[in-house]
Design a protein around this ligand. Structure first.
Ligand code: FO1
Length: 283
């Protein structure tokens, strides 16, 4: 059974880990959102790719929900002393990943190749695949104006009220070759319990993805990140409420098709959404 899993950060990583424990490496492709990617201190940071990679490698920092276990922040403190912005907390160990990724990209590697190299060096055997090798940037439209995703999510703690979400570059971006191949070869598609608005939707916004999923013949299974009217973790419920979506697994299903509030709405052709089990990480 070849499975294609669509994932964002923590929620996606947790289900991907469970799937990786059950499936041989050739049978699982985890397609990961890169709309959250950002450049900090000149380094290309791919938060969701790293969360999935660290989780599958058994190296994730479970208390923070991002980065590596046993992390320290001495380099960041030093950067702060030198006048750099430090609201996005890059750990000392995590920095190695961003330095290595940036160097690989600078030498001509694609994001897919850089991700494969880093994941394989960290001992991950299943395929972790960026949704695209082209830049796509998630922008939150808020009552404080347009905010780049990490600005909204980390610097402003998701406090501004959102009226929409946009994926800059999505219409020009191509799906990564491994994503394209997995879409045609998969026997089943699983939507991980990731934020439908800013983790799943950027992937669906890439040209051809929605049509490929609509035309897919196998099972399409969604695991809802909303349980009992609240997000298992993160700001999904707040964001959905602000956009007028029903905060439930039904709402997740419909937001999963509205990549922005001004694009057409096509119901996701899912054959049923399961609720994620409640977890100690519920916020
Ligand atoms: N999330 C935070 O809430 N605060 C941070 O300072 C922070 C730093 C960070 C550094 C590297 C990384 O890969 C992720 C990081 N995250 C941080 C998580 C990230 O902002 C989000 O969880 C994802 O973009 C949403 O999936």
């Amino acid at each position: 059974m070849r499975l294609l899993a669509i994932a964002g950060g923590v929620g996606g990583a947790k289900l991907a880990l469970g799937l990786a424990r059950m499936l041989p490496p050739d049978d699982l492709h985890v397609i990961v959102n890169t709309g959250d990617d950002e450049v900090f201190h000149g380094l290309h940071v791919s938060p969701d790719l790293d969360t999935v990679t660290y989780t599958l490698a058994g190296l994730a920092n479970e208390e923070m929900g991002w980065g590596l276990a046993g992390e320290s922040f001495r380099a960041l403190e030093a950067l702060g002393r030198l006048g750099a912005d430090t609201w996005f907390r890059l750990g000392d160990l995590d920095l190695a990943t961003h330095i290595r990724r940036t160097d690989l990209l600078r030498r001509g590697a694609t994001l897919t190749e850089a991700t494969r190299e880093i994941a394989s060096r960290l001992g991950v055997r299943h395929a972790i695949v960026p949704m695209s090798d082209d830049p796509v940037r998630t922008i939150a439209l808020t009552d404080e104006g347009e905010l780049a995703f990490q600005d909204y999510f980390v610097r402003r703690h998701c406090e501004p009220r959102i009226s929409g979400v946009r994926f800059d570059g999505a219409e020009r971006a191509a799906t990564s070759p491994a994503f394209t191949a997995a879409l045609t070869e998969a026997d089943a598609i699983v939507f991980c319990p990731s934020n439908p608005l800013v983790s799943v939707d950027p992937i669906l916004a890439l040209p051809g993805v929605r049509a490929a999923i609509e035309g897919f013949n196998g099972p399409r299974i969604g695991v809802s990140p909303i349980v009992g009217g609240a997000a298992v973790k993160g700001p999904a419920a707040k964001m959905m409420a602000e956009l007028g979506e029903e905060v439930s697994c039904v709402g997740v299903c419909s937001t999963g098709s509205s990549s922005t509030r001004w694009t057409r709405r096509t119901p996701m052709p899912s054959r049923g959404w399961a609720s994620a089990p409640t977890s100690p990480t519920r916020s």
